[in-house]
Design a protein around this ligand. Sequence first.
Ligand SMILES: [Zn+2]
Ligand SMILES: [Zn+2]
Length: 275
Amino acid sequence: MSDTLLQHIDRLKTQRPVAKPALEAYRELAILMEEADSRIGPVDIDARHNAIKSEEGFPLFSRDDLPLDFSSASRMLTQFLKHFASVERDDQEGMKKALAAVTSDPEWGGNLFEAILKQDEAAQEQMARSVGLDSGTLRFLSEVALKPALQSLRSAVSDSIPREGWDAGYCPLCGSQPDMAFFTKTGERYLHCGLCGEEWRFTRIKCPFCNSEDQESLGYFEAQEEEGFRVYFCRSCSRYIKTVDKRVFEEVAPLELESLATLHLDVLAHEQGFK
Ligand SMILES: [Zn+2]
Ligand SMILES: [Zn+2]
């Protein structure tokens, strides 16, 4: 599984040299995840509560009440910080301070994960500042550190995810917004959850963020000479979503990797005023 992930990373590195630094950092994290102690505590879910929720058309959980094993995620984050504190980089001092914080204060990791899940940017900023790290870097490492716990939750509740008839612009498992979309070989559009990785089918011509179906305000652009990738945007809410067309490629990597490998498209979208 992880070997395949590393193969995808290596293939993307040669295909998209511009994304090489981001992919190389992710490769280091992927290797650490493979080596780490991946014992994750049992998932504690209240089935009855969830059954009621899904009947009402809510996602199975919200970001605030995900039953995740923060202690396993903290151990993962500690491994990441240990690694980056030991290699020469501009923010090596910040990595050392964050490592000291997560190992000396048993609540530090949990507080950070909570701030991320609640999307409390002020709290994230404050914690990053307290150790002298860039807030985006700390969030990225924390989100990757949460992945094994999220994967374990996803497989534990897979049968209860309200996939049938789900046509919302947010994830049926955790309620997060999508970070990417893709077209299947048969041309259906799916959205990919930016947090837990769940994928769900969504109407083709509709904005996932504001539900606008107004063809005048929906559109897309492509980067030059890059068939298969499009940025779909919505002028009603100024949001955009990167989209990979699986009909064009023989092989598509997991979308969290495709997302990292297409950061230049985010730059183009931001330049055009989309967020
Ligand atoms: Zn999700
Ligand atoms: Zn919109």
